[in-house]
Design a protein around this ligand. Structure first.
Ligand code: ADP
Ligand code: VHF
Length: 385
């Protein structure tokens, strides 16, 4: 889904943040937890003070807040983020309520109401679901409510999880047609190497070339954050592909950042933008298998942007159903695209390498000629600018 009417974001550099119409602000667990693992109520209140000021001057804010699992640790007697899914779900179930209770109290100090909005990946990629999520979030904003979004961790399974809220925030920014995405963490900027290795902050990222040689490490505080800087840069890239610029900075600098001061790392937006479904396919979908193509089919798909026909497929790997996401690779094993497949893995082997004329003769005139339609194909790295 593109931004409203395909209009580019009016925010082109940091200075635009001070007058943005609508922004998505994401805050990570590392900024919301105390050193000993509890929920940092001071941090919740500090963020509320900044956001209240921004909303008062006329910017609509959708807050994507992590911290459910972190907030659930202490009540469950856990001293670090659990590894297994069931305990993560339990911690999130306990922590999410506590987290939103703190936000409700904090925003009430300035007479504001918040709404908890829990999303799964499905809510953002299936057309009817995202229309629903868009309607709900838009209505909340129009009513002056601050939506507080998180992944629905208590029920999310490995298959359907975003796993990190950085990318969730980028998709939400696309969904609500935000002017900018602000990612708040425990570090003031993206550095050219992890902080343990020193390094210098990047001020501006215009595209992939500005990230060449940059080392993005894992989460800073063991047992709290999840994705580290890599998922923030990926989120900023997804947003850029949606025509939305991003700022990565620390929660401590949220005030100056939203007042458009020169802090953090600014990712400028790309001009063209891609539909939400293709962004999901390229960056988020869990693939179920792989189609291996001959060289001609690789060229047709990668260069010609053509649909994939059975004639160009030489092997099928994995077990998948009709409609599942699959990897599309060349004979050398390099993945060139991801796509939604029109056949199940057990239907394909007898079709491989056969021409369309042959298949029509064998399977009848109504058979689906295309194995992966061009509209359902996301070239890997295509959005890298
Ligand atoms: N190149 C880098 N630049 C900045 N931070 C980095 C880099 N590589 C790794 N990091 C780490 O990423 C951490 C932020 O990620 P994370 O802990 O997942 O934050 P959050 O909980 O806010 O999502 C920083 O504290 C830092 O230690
Ligand atoms: N949804 C999870 C957070 C996942 C996540 O991305 O955390 P973080 O890397 O701290 O932003 C939670 O609320 O605990």
């Amino acid at each position: 889904m593109s931004r409203g009417g395909g209009q580019p974001s009016p925010v082109t550099d940091r200075s635009g943040l001070a007058s943005a119409r609508r922004i998505v602000v994401k805050i990570g667990s590392s900024s919301l937890s105390t050193v000993d693992g509890g929920l940092n109520v001071d941090a919740v209140e500090a963020l509320e003070r900044v956001l209240d000021r921004v909303i008062t001057r006329g910017t609509q804010v959708v807050l994507v807040s992590s911290g459910a699992i972190a907030a659930g640790l202490r009540p469950l007697g856990l001293d670090r983020r659990p590894r297994d899914l069931a305990t993560q779900q339990a911690a999130a179930g306990v922590g999410q309520g506590l987290l939103v209770a703190h936000y409700s109290r904090a925003f009430a100090r300035h007479g504001r109401t918040v709404a908890q909005v829990l999303l799964t990946a499905d809510d953002l990629v299936r057309r009817q679901h995202y229309a629903n999520a868009f309607r709900s979030l838009s209505r909340l904003l129009d009513l002056g409510v601050v939506p507080i979004v998180n992944e629905n961790d208590a029920v999310a399974t490995h298959e359907i999880r975003f796993g990190d809220n950085d990318r969730l925030a980028a998709l939400v920014a696309n969904l609500v047609k935000a002017d900018a995405l602000v990612l708040l963490s425990d570090i003031d900027a993206v550095y050219d190497r992890p902080p343990s290795a020193g390094g210098t902050p990047l001020r501006l990222v215009r595209g992939a070339a500005d990230l060449e040689g940059v080392l993005l490490g894992s989460a800073g505080r063991a047992g709290v954050g999840t994705g580290g800087m890599a998922t923030k840069v990926e989120a900023a890239t997804i947003a850029a592909q949606s025509g939305i610029p991003s700022l990565v900075t620390s929660a401590a600098l949220a005030g100056p950042a939203l007042d458009a001061q020169e802090v953090g790392t600014w990712f400028s937006a790309r001009r063209g933008r891609r539909p939400l479904r293709l962004l999901w396919l390229e960056h988020l979908a869990t693939t179920r298998g792989r189609l291996v193509l001959d060289d001609g089919a690789v060229t047709a798909v990668a260069t010609g942007r053509r649909s994939l026909l059975a004639a160009g497929i030489v092997a099928v790997e994995g077990a998948f159903e009709h409609g599942d996401p699959v990897e599309i690779a060349g004979l050398d094993g390099r993945v060139l695209a991801r796509g939604l497949v029109n056949y199940a893995s057990d239907e394909l082997p007898e079709m491989l390498g056969r021409s369309t004329a042959h298949l029509v003769a064998a399977l009848g005139p109504h058979y689906e000629r295309v194995v992966v339609h061009a509209d359902d194909l996301a070239l890997v790295g295509a959005g890298t600018h």
